[in-house]
Ligand binder design. Structure first.
Ligand code: NI
Length: 259
């Protein structure tokens, strides 16, 4: 049986892929990436994602408004997201959450957009992809207040510690690790990855950013998720083939895609 990897969080519609998107996607499939989920994090990205899932059998998508775009979320856009999410290959609401590192949207707008989209996920019965940057406590509390944990979902590009990772898992969510896992100075991230039960681990590129070693600093692309998967396999003492299978099954389970 061939080893296939699942990139659980990619932005292949990013403008950095404009010149060669088709080759990038082809390279991923050639490298053993069997499936990917593209993240629609604003209006244009959602439309791009819908086009990608129509075009490629092995690409699935999400729709939602990133905390950076929270200030732009209108009633009309929320209604549009509801309609986009009806597509059978739109598998989650995301990425949504809080980003208190950049604060590109004012915090009250971030909180409001996050709440409204958790409610949307509940209404639609979809899991949630969470972006949490330097907002751990509030990202947790709002999810609790809005009943979001019951939907299931993912803390993506995980940057917290081991203790928080255990708490997320206890509440039923999955945790996704990016190329940061391979960085020399990422001891805290590796400690968190060591603390997550195997059946809750996911891997992602979050491309075009955060390329894993040995590509660090370059444009990231889904083919490189293999490097993150291999690093995670070594960390957990399993073979790469087993880690591919484990993270594949986990991604299919959380996104409710048949494997
Ligand atoms: Ni992302």
């Amino acid at each position: 049986m061939t080893t296939l990897w699942f990139d659980s969080h990619a932005h292949v519609d990013d403008e950095q892929f404009e010149p060669d998107q088709e080759q990038v996607i082809r390279r991923a499939f050639d490298a053993g990436v069997g499936r990917m989920v593209n993240i629609g994090c604003d209006r244009q990205a959602a439309l791009n994602t819908l086009a990608l899932v129509e075009r490629y059998e092995n690409i699935y998508g999400t729709v939602g408004f990133h905390p950076h775009n929270a200030k732009d979320l209108t009633d009309d856009l929320l209604a549009a997201a509801r309609a986009w999410a009806a597509h059978p290959k739109i598998v989650a609401i995301g990425e949504i959450g809080l980003d208190f590192h950049y604060d590109f949207s004012p915090r009250p707008a971030q909180r409001e957009a996050y709440r409204r989209q958790i409610r949307l996920a509940r209404e639609l019965g979809l899991p949630i992809t969470i972006h949490d940057r330097e907002a751990h406590r509030e990202a947790f509390d709002i999810l609790t207040e809005e009943g979001g944990w019951e939907q299931g979902g993912i803390f993506h590009c995980y940057s917290g510690g081991a203790e928080m990772a255990r708490e997320i898992v206890r509440r039923g969510f999955y945790i996704s690790f990016s190329g940061v896992l391979t960085f020399a100075n990422a001891e805290k991230t590796r400690a968190a990855a060591a603390a997550v039960p195997l059946d809750r681990l996911l891997i992602e590129t979050d491309c075009p950013y955060l390329a894993p070693a040995p590509y660090r600093g370059q444009r990231n692309e889904p083919a490189y998720v293999v490097k993150t998967g291999e690093a995670l396999a070594a960390l957990r003492g399993v073979t790469p083939a087993d880690m591919a299978r484990i993270t594949w099954e986990n991604a299919c389970r959380v996104y409710r895609i048949s494997d």
